[in-house]
Ligand binder design. Structure first.
Ligand SMILES: C[S@@+](CC[C@H](N)C(=O)[O-])C[C@H]1O[C@@H](n2cnc3c(N)ncnc32)[C@H](O)[C@@H]1O
Length: 380
């Protein structure tokens, strides 16, 4: 697993993860969240005058479109500190910590355990893609965006791989490390709102595991297209949530079948589906990308495979799911599904049991899809 770089980018952080901040929340948002407020871009480093984050912010944002607290004349003005402290808040729910900014928008916790699970997945993607961070044929990229960056682990690795590029990661949660390469920065931002980055700007936009987070994928890809430089690439990496088999060991009555159907149903009720992995290519072409390539991969549910590489990936997947299913599903089952905690916990325990059955040859399908923005286009 790639370790975060330990180069300091600044001396202190504007945030630290709160303990139980549900009481600090002063919002009127319900579940599921309704409406959209103004986009906010808060760099997750110190916000001192002259800090390099400010420079990067000015460089990458379209000042006409941006209403961030960094713009002179913003209504937020000098209240950046206040805003920052509300962004660092968190909500405790059923013993797990969730993001507070855009409360309720995302299904997963953002506590230490959830961060570890995200980093397991990063390791699995490296195993899957033979240590490559991307498949798009990039040439000397200068501006790179990682949408929904999570712990920022991909963005940090990418900044190390391309030292002359600026890599920015955005997320609802301020869970990225403070010590990152100098060419890597993070912003708190809701990607479902209108993007305020400069148009035609990024050489590469990377999207990974945003399933269950995007209510309108066509709008999302329209925005990604708009902010990609002509000739630049967008890559999306997603996987299915429905375990299947090639030898009928996962039949219609198998628990894995019920599991997949349940996750997909909860996504629908949540208003943000989990099936983008099979739709990415078509949606990217619809948005105007050309030469769109889809590469398929498989993640076994445990180490059942005879294939050495798949066996290793399966062992990691088993660990990731065994330790992660509570975080993946607790909020969806109890909030979107209206299940009791007890019912949800029984369901999760069944999943953990199924993961230990080596006679079931189940796997998840996944896709890496990348496409290029043409040099001239009728799309905006
Ligand atoms: C499953 S994680 C994947 C993280 C990262 N892309 C990776 O592959 O390691 C999804 C991430 O998307 C973030 N997210 C969800 N909805 C979002 C939104 N509307 N705007 C920005 N980030 C969002 C979550 O906070 C979470 O960190």
């Amino acid at each position: 697993m790639a370790a975060p770089n330990t180069k300091p980018n600044n001396s202190s952080s504007i945030y630290s993860i709160g303990q139980d901040s549900a009481l600090q929340l002063n919002d009127d948002t319900g579940w599921p969240p309704h409406g959209a407020s103004s986009p906010t871009h808060i760099p997750t480093g110190p916000i001192d005058e002259g800090d390099h984050h400010d420079d990067i912010h000015d460089d990458i944002h379209d000042e006409e479109a941006s209403d961030s607290g960094f713009d002179s004349g913003s209504l937020l003005g000098d209240d950046t500190d206040t805003l920052a402290s509300s962004i660092k808040a968190s909500r405790m729910e059923n013993g797990r910590q969730y993001h507070a900014y855009r409360d309720g928008a995302y299904w997963g916790p953002n506590d230490e355990h959830a961060k570890e699970i995200l980093d397991f997945a990063h390791h699995m993607y490296l195993l899957t893609l033979d240590n490559k961070l991307h498949l798009a044929p990039l040439e000397n990229p200068q501006n790179i965006l990682d949408v929904g960056t999570g712990t920022g682990i991909w963005a940090i690795d990418m900044a190390d791989q391309y030292p002359s590029a600026n890599v920015v990661g955005t997320d609802l949660s301020p869970i990225q490390p403070e010590w990152v390469p100098p060419n890597c920065s993070f912003e708190i931002d809701d990607v479902t709102l209108e993007w305020t980055f400069k148009p035609n700007f990024f050489d590469f936009i990377h999207i990974r595991e945003m399933f269950g987070s995007i209510p309108d994928w066509d709008y999302f890809f329209e925005q990604a297209f708009r902010h990609t430089k002509p000739g630049g690439y967008v890559e999306i990496v997603e996987h299915s949530v429905q375990p299947i088999s090639e030898d009928d060991t996962v039949g219609p009555d198998h628990f894995f079948t019920l599991w997949g159907q349940t996750v997909i149903e909860m996504g629908k009720r949540f208003g943000k589906g989990f099936e983008i992995w099979s739709e990415s290519k078509e949606r990217m072409e619809k948005a105007g990308f050309v030469d769109v390539v889809e590469v398929r991969y498989q993640w076994p549910m445990n180490g059942w495979s005879q294939d050495k590489k798949l066996k290793n990936i399966g062992r990691w997947n088993q660990l990731r799911l065994h330790e992660g299913v509570e975080g993946f599903m607790l909020r969806l089952l109890t909030q979107a599904g209206g299940w009791s905690i007890a019912r949800a916990q029984v369901f999760l325990a069944e999943m953990r049991k199924a993961l230990k059955d080596y006679n079931t040859h189940a796997f998840l399908e996944g896709t890496v899809v990348y496409g290029r923005k043409p040099m001239s286009t009728s799309h905006t």
